[in-house]
Design a protein around this ligand. Structure first.
Ligand code: HEM
Length: 326
């Protein structure tokens, strides 16, 4: 999470930042994206404009010895464990987004605090791709959905087939039985640099140590819409929930500028970076005191240069924070 003083600076940068026109759609900025999210999901006081329904947790991250071969970042190159604050969430801006919904992503956000001036965040969803290739396309998608007009929504998806990929991915899989029993991806391509200066382009993937567990459609129907929270409490009472964090290694030609495009994961090497261990619930106020910002990286990790969604996230999260923190 990024502390509030940095948020104020980020909001200032966001206001001064001019985004070039990149598509046939209206030009998106952080404010218009948050307003569009509010138009789709309603404006709810004091909460996130997206991933509104969530739960704060804490735990640790322990790196593998191989992690240092890829990145000199503290949590990959020094012995752990490193304490983490985390947040599981449902995608979208509905504070009561049902946990039984299949075509909605689950989120897992992590915050590492090495010392007060050295922190990093890792923000993942339960799909390898996002719904838009750039902010203008995301704004157009939200604007179409906000009309609730089937023809307009259908016309958007016909003209923007890449925006259907995430829902197709989710609909082909069961409803996750728990926040802790589904794979999560970092979606964007990051460049890792190790102590020798060697670089690798990677994508994050976190896999539950016990494997994925899903519910049949009938099982999902029988669950309460908010079953994840009590399930998580029961699960953590028995011991930590663990994920293996891996880096999928990109190969020349793998796209790094478009978060709707998949890398052929099964044809790519991957390196185990370490174990995320979620041990207990944490007061939600801890997670709400800042933002989990994927652009908050440390030496040894760089974000993608030409992916327009990536920097826009930081700006949009700052606007969402400034409105919810009022
Ligand atoms: C321009 C594109 C995007 C916009 C406008 C957007 C918007 C938002 C907003 C407003 C929040 C709440 C921020 C806060 O108040 O703290 C949020 C949270 C989140 N977003 Fe995005 N998002 C975008 C792209 C993505 C992508 C590509 C991912 C994939 C990893 C993602 C994953 C998440 C997750 C997991 C959270 C929850 C973080 C938490 O628990 O606090 N978002 N998003």
């Amino acid at each position: 999470m990024v502390p509030t003083r940095l948020i104020a600076a980020a909001a200032f940068v966001a206001a001064a930042f001019v985004v070039p026109v990149s598509s046939a759609y209206a030009e998106a900025d952080a404010e218009s994206l948050i307003n569009a999210l509010n138009s789709v999901f309603g404006k709810h006081e004091g909460v996130r404009a997206a991933h509104t329904n969530g739960i704060c947790v804490k735990g640790s991250f322990t790196p593998t010895p191989e992690a240092a071969s890829l990145s000199k970042a503290p949590h990959f190159s020094r012995p752990g464990p490193f304490p983490v604050i985390g947040r599981f969430s449902m995608g979208g801006g509905d504070p009561a987004a049902p946990n039984t919904q299949k075509d909605n992503v689950r989120g897992l956000a992590l915050h590492f605090n090495f010392d007060k001036d050295n922190t990093t965040d890792l923000v993942m969803i339960s799909a390898p791709i996002f719904v838009a290739k750039d902010p203008d396309q995301f704004l157009a998608l939200l604007t179409a959905v906000a009309t609730k007009d089937k023809d307009k929504i259908g016309a958007f998806f016909k003209a923007n087939p890449e925006s259907t990929g995430q829902a197709n991915f989710l609909n082909a899989r069961p409803v996750p039985a728990s926040y802790t029993s589904v794979n999560y991806w970092g979606v964007h391509a990051f460049t890792f640099t190790n102590a020798k200066g060697e670089k690798h382009v990677v994508k994050y993937k976190a896999l539950p140590v016990g494997g994925e567990t899903g519910l049949s459609d009938d099982e999902a129907k029988a669950k309460a819409p908010d079953f994840y929270s009590p399930e998580l409490k029961d699960r953590l009472a028995k011991g930590p929930a663990e994920f293996t964090l891996t880096a999928i290694l990109g190969e020349p030609g793998d796209p790094t500028d478009n978060p709707t495009t998949l890398w052929p994961e099964d044809q790519r090497k991957s390196v185990k970076l370490g174990t995320i261990s979620i041990s207990a619930l944490e007061d939600n106020a801890t997670c709400d005191a800042g933002v989990f910002d994927p652009t908050n990286v440390v030496d040894g990790i760089e974000g993608p240069e030409n992916d327009k969604i990536f920097p826009m996230r930081s700006q949009a999260y700052a606007v969402s924070f400034s409105r919810r923190a009022k």
